[in-house]
Design a protein around this ligand. Structure first.
Ligand code: PMP
Length: 440
């Protein structure tokens, strides 16, 4: 018996009708697929109500790190529901104290405050504000922000401006003149550990040559790996950046919204770089379920009156967060991410050896991976091939992340059974075989 069980999705008129109706009532971007009508999800499986079930290699977009509907997360939410407590605004709760203490145990000693939100975008908005407030205490012109080309930090105004995707910003009548974007140091530019440090120095020199002084920079925002590609910063690059930041009193802010809570085989992915963070933004896998996010850092930076929101630390979300952190600890899921990650990497490298001209790059750490597809003739990434592979996988019972930029991303729950991981990788390999055979 296999985990993936899907039959004739396209012929399921009822599901297609519901999805199509929803697609007319919501903006285009809000419906991920034409055939998957989620009814429930348990651990690493997603079910519709027509008897289909999918292996989930997405964690519902990097949220369900402890699996969907983990019994301990459910029980924690249920206990609050049964008590009759659904909302708390900024009033204190014992759970909030416990959750914040648990979060701080995971971070450096100098971190002693946390502000909670509902979404990842809000955390980056908050960090943007706090870093400029902090910078201006040092000197009134210290408001510059460095982000990276192709980076993603959310879709609200500030987070979008820090992000590095010009297409998403064409509607803006003006751009923040003190937000700068450095080129991302990845394989496409020939950057790796050997030249990471010198590439950082060149990038800063180029910025300075445009008249942007390092002492005018308040903060650098980094995703430890870029969302679309799963490519990590080279450690040498981040270490050079961190020492430049220290010399120039620049805050180093890691956006761990996607990469946190064991995803890459560390609690936080920035730990791979051996540097200190000044602020850490997180979300998604922080609760594995209900909307919850957080900015973590030292009191000197975080302690500001203007950072709260109506749903700051909602009581149900916080209950889910406590259950989730306990599961991550007790089930040793960070180690598990590493162990199963080795199997994932081995299989993907094998696939790349099979198609060296079409698979341009594999990036993988823990239970995170990105596969970059291209074609023989050019270095451009191949969006169409990725879409076809993902579509075929869905029809065969595997959910994958299609980035629409020529990469496929893999991020199963850290609880995934080894045989389900292997079955999902078999489905992927078969889809790659079929699609690549068709499109030479
Ligand atoms: N930062 C990163 C690195 C993300 O991956 C995301 C979401 N994909 C966000 C921020 C935004 O989070 P949210 O969608 O919860 O606002």
């Amino acid at each position: 018996m296999t985990y993936a069980q899907v039959s004739n999705l396209e012929e399921n008129q009822e599901a297609v009708r519901i999805i199509q109706r929803l697609k007319t009532l919501e903006p285009e971007a809000t419906c991920e697929d034409d055939f998957v009508l989620w009814d429930r999800a348990k651990d690493f499986l997603v079910f519709d109500r027509f008897g289909n079930q999918w292996i989930d290699f997405t964690s519902g977009i990097f949220v369900a790190n402890t699996g969907h509907s983990h019994p301990r997360v459910k029980t924690a939410i249920q206990a609050r529901l049964d008590r009759g407590h659904l909302f708390n605004y900024l009033y204190a709760t014992e759970d909030k104290l416990r959750f914040i203490e648990l979060l701080l145990e995971l971070t450096p000693q100098k971190f002693n405050q946390v502000v909670l939100y509902a979404t990842g975008s809000e955390t980056n908005e908050c960090a943007l504000k706090l870093s400029r407030i902090h910078g201006q205490k040092i000197n009134p012109h210290k408001v510059g922000i460095i982000g990276f080309e192709d980076a993603f930090h959310g879709k609200t105004l500030g987070s979008l401006m820090i992000g590095g995707k010009p297409k998403d910003k064409v509607w803006m009548p003006w751009h923040d003149p003190a937000i700068y974007h450095l080129p991302y140091p990845d394989y496409r530019r020939g950057i790796d550990e050997t030249n990471g440090a010198s590439f950082f120095k060149e990038s800063i020199a180029a910025l300075e040559a445009k008249g942007v002084k390092s002492e005018s920079i308040a903060a650098v925002f980094m995703e430890p790996y870029q969302g679309w590609s799963a490519c990590f910063f080279p450690k040498s690059y981040v270490q050079a950046l961190a020492s430049w930041a220290k010399r120039n009193q620049v805050l180093v802010i890691f956006d761990e919204v996607q990469s946190g809570f064991g995803r890459t085989g560390m609690w936080f992915a920035y730990e791979h770089f051996g540097v200190e963070a000044d602020l850490v933004c997180c979300g998604k896998g922080i609760s594995s379920s209900l909307p919850l996010s957080a900015v973590l850092g030292p009191r000197e930076i975080l302690n500001h009156a203007g950072v709260t929101s109506t749903h700051t630390g909602n009581v149900l979300s916080v209950a889910a967060g406590i259950g989730n952190l306990e599961v991550l600890h007790d089930e040793k899921l960070v180690e598990r991410s590493n162990r199963l990650g080795a199997i994932l990497l081995e299989r993907l490298e094998k696939l790349q050896r099979k198609y060296p001209e079409r698979i341009k790059f594999i990036s993988s750490r823990g239970l995170l991976a990105g596969i970059h597809f291209g074609n023989k003739e050019s270095n451009d990434l191949d969006v169409k091939t990725c879409s076809e592979i993902v579509r075929r996988c869905i029809a065969s019972g595997l959910l994958l992340i299609k980035t629409n930029i020529g990469t496929i991303k893999i991020g199963p729950p850290l609880t995934i059974a080894q045989d389900a991981l292997e079955e999902g990788l078999d489905i992927l390999e078969e889809a790659v075989d079929v699609v690549l055979a068709r499109s030479k």
